[in-house]
Design a protein around this ligand. Sequence first.
Ligand SMILES: Cc1ncc(COP(=O)(O)O)c(C=O)c1O
Length: 448
Amino acid sequence: MTPATESQTDTVDRLDAAHAWHPFTQMQEHLANPRLYIERGEGCWLFDTDGNRYLDSNASIWTNVHGHNHPALNAALIGQLEQIAHSTTLGLAHPTGARLSEKLVSLAPDNLTRVFYSDNGSNAVEIALKLSFQYWQLSGQPEKTGVIALTGAYHGDTFGTMSVGDSGGFHSRFAPWCFPVDRVPTPVCDEAAGVVRSEDMSASLARLDALLAEKADTTACLIMEPWVQGSAGMRLQPRGFMKAVAERCRRAGVHLILDEVFVGFGRVGPLLICREEGVEPDFLCLAKGLTAGYLPLAATLTTEAVFQVFLGRFEEYKAFYHGHTFTGNPLGAAVAHKSIELLEERMADGSHAETLAAFESAVKQYGVDSGLFPVVRQRGLLAALELPERPVPERTGLKISLEARQHGLICRALGDTLLVVPPLVITPEEIDFLFKQLTRATQIVLNA
Ligand SMILES: Cc1ncc(COP(=O)(O)O)c(C=O)c1O
């Protein structure tokens, strides 16, 4: 029973402490620290249950594009809601999904013509992997079962995605249940504020060449995030790396799966990186920014050549038996379509480029030139600011995130690396606020 004098925040706090189990969170630490309850959002700002506001420099886990509570996105959502909230795509279709498929195909490289929906990034990747495996079986090359992936990769938390991932601390305890994968070392690229200080992809390409020479006949696919490995702490790749990998995969007859779950939809600049670099993957995985951070929806795009191989009479059992209950949900599809239109407008009228420029100059001023962070990585609207080395138990990154809340900022740290991933519509004033408050919080914790 709720005590009569309890505030809303106290009630929620009591319920959360009693019942919640948060993802990617050490709950002992969570329960010992002050907790925060976000009740609503407006633009780039989040409001807690006491009415305090915070700039969302985490874009609600890298998803938010146009800000929270956006009138046009809300209208698209409500318009769809008044039609229908959900109708299965298993053997049925809906107009919103069909229109979104056409839109996605128009944005993607020309070879990608088919859209397989799901409901989160991990599933988008699982689907790409399974489609590739089944494709080779149906094409009379069942021995092509191997997968190549990069060191430091993160593609999700399901068993297939953990297998292709290499996020040590997150997943290593599940290794006994994961399938083996060949690794190519991630290339090196030290870049921030438009300046590339060093880059090297020679070791990566040499290893890939050796692997393909030895194993192409038994390898189904190679999977990678193009340009940036987000969850590895924003590890950047030299421009041209994806293209070099794509050419090698094409020559060797190995599928290329591009995971643009994080980097797609303007996060690093272009709407889709593969289109920007003129790379035609066999599979393209999209989620996160696809619905501007509104709803869970994901898509795996592929080619007509792959699609055709799965066609046949029912009793040949060539169909792709994979589908989640909320796959291709129309509410998500309606918001995604509107979000893409808004993003195209921002790109056409130069607003997106202005935001990128403002972000880059703030990274230079507060990150690179400040001397506060030994390492700064940045491309597009993402940055990683590494803190001076401290013992792990000090939890410096977490302390700075908690301190930042006192200064009106929500930010997420990956160990002792501060990650800055704001909504794409953040204004120059908000960017300045973000870095000022992050600097203040960092100075307070480091000098404590
Ligand atoms: C590159 C990449 N792929 C896949 C995923 C998994 O997406 P989800 O969390 O929606 O399952 C993520 C999530 O952070 C990601 O960054």
